[in-house]
Design a protein around this ligand. Structure first.
Ligand code: SDX
Length: 394
């Protein structure tokens, strides 16, 4: 009843975006940040170095890195008024909801850098502040959820050591720096740092294109990442592995459930919009996981379940035909669990890693003088024009 509608495809926003930040080749399983391979960065870089590379386009020299480290240290604290957010949230509030709220609120306590006569240094300060504070927000949300006092950032600690200390130390339980876990956290944050036009990054670009400020744009990105089809998948992976372990569900039953079209269950940690081959980040994390477990002399039975699940999927016709391979979320949860990070904090960890990527895309868009407000068009499938019908005739 819609009749024939002629469409001018020229007006449709194809949604494709030009960007010089990250290159992904889904068929070959290639991922590069500003031309550097994810394998090289995961092995040799620090997360602050990677953040600088993504945002400013080059690896920082010693002076730039030292300056950035100073900004991260000096801007790790939250305005004390913000601590009410953590105390007044309902018990069991999901930390992604707290993170998105407090990130937006940080902007209310920070002078808008548009008003600053030196925008470049104001931008540098704002982004370093966000990258630093997101750790504090995450750790305070966790501490509030377990009823423990907040542990404040310390000047002499590295980016990762500061986060783990804020999460796990207390007056009666000092945190002993564990270089293996700190290196593992550094690698995890690097492999999550950017991934071209994924759902949450596209959301940051969409919101930022209206000239909304950086905090509001990042808040929107956090909310998009929360979904179980995107960043929420790492939490869903662990929940699936725990369900298999605790319910006695067999691998075969899980695979059958994942393939059942009448069942909304999907095997989280598998499949990808772009990778139709093994996600290179999953390869990095699988190798790191074995290293960590070997050196820490720990063994998590969930790892056995994960390995069996991967083996079953990689030889299952349904998964092979659809090119469903493990993605970045499949092993990350097991590694974070080995650090003691609770399941409901896993997507927050993804957000901490992804923040520099979001900022880099927001900056790239704002630096482009041709940039316009994003306004996708549609293919209209509704009714053609109709005459009004009086109420007594409906
Ligand atoms: C991230 O985009 C990015 O870059 C994202 C990300 C990043 O760094 O930002 O890489 C991070 O989000 C990784 C993905 C995390 N999500 C999950 O692991 C959730 C589980 N995965 C699926 O929901 C799914 O694979 C998606 C959402 C990731 C991709 O969905 P698509 O593109 O709709 O999958 P598709 O259309 O290519 O699927 C083809 C077929 C379909 O079946 P048929 O209609 O052909 O019969 O494969 C099926 C799908 O139903 N399928 C799955 C499946 N993934 C796809 N079936 C069972 N389990 C799965 N995991």
């Amino acid at each position: 009843d819609t009749g024939l509608v002629t469409l001018d495809y020229g007006y449709l926003n194809t949604g494709s975006t030009k960007s010089a930040i990250t290159y992904v080749n889904g068929e070959k399983g290639i991922l590069r940040y500003r031309g550097y391979s994810i394998e090289d960065l995961a092995e040799k870089a620090t997360f602050p170095e990677t953040a600088w590379l993504l945002i400013y386009g080059e690896l920082p020299n010693q002076e730039q890195l030292s300056h950035f480290r100073t900004l991260l240290t000096e801007n790790a604290l939250l305005h004390e008024n913000l601590l009410h957010f953590f105390r007044e949230m309902p018990p069991g509030a999901h930390p992604m909801g707290i993170l998105s709220s407090v990130v937006n609120a940080v902007g209310l306590f920070t002078p808008r850098f548009y008003d600053d006569e030196n925008i470049a240094s104001a931008f540098e300060l704002t982004t370093a502040g966000l990258i630093s504070k997101i750790r504090t927000i995450a750790a305070f949300a966790y501490k509030a959820s377990i009823g423990e006092p907040f542990v404040y950032p310390e000047a002499e600690r590295s980016y990762c050591s500061n986060f783990l200390n804020m999460m796990f130390s207390s007056k009666t339980r000092p945190y002993h720096p564990d270089p293996i876990m700190e290196k593992a956290l550094n690698t995890l944050l690097i492999v999550h740092a950017d991934h071209e036009q994924n759902c949450s990054t596209s959301t940051v670009r969409m919101v930022g294109s209206s000239q909304a400020n950086l905090y509001a744009s990042i808040c929107a990105g956090i909310c998009a990442l929360w979904g179980p089809l995107h960043g929420g998948a790492n939490q869903a992976v662990l929940e699936t592995l725990l369900r298999i372990q605790q319910s006695g569900m067999t691998i075969e039953q899980v695979m059958a459930k994942a393939k059942d079209k009448n069942d909304p269950f999907r095997l989280s940690g598998f499949g990808h919009r772009v990778y139709k081959s093994y996600d290179p980040r999953a390869k990095v994390l699988k190798k790191l996981m074995y290293q960590v477990f070997e050196r820490e002399h720990v063994h998590d039975p969930l790892l056995d379940v994960a390995i069996k699940l991967e083996e079953a999927a990689l030889k299952d016709d349904y998964f092979v035909e659809r090119k469903l391979y493990p993605n970045v979320d499949f092993y990350s949860g097991i590694l974070y669990r080995a650090m003691g990070i609770p399941t409901n904090m896993l997507t927050v960890m993804f957000a901490i890693g992804r923040l520099p990527g979001w900022i880099a895309h927001w900056k790239e868009m704002h630096d482009d003088p041709q940039s316009k407000i994003n306004r996708p068009r549609q293919i209209y499938t509704g009714k053609t024009e109709r005459a009004w019908i009086d109420r007594d005739k409906r």
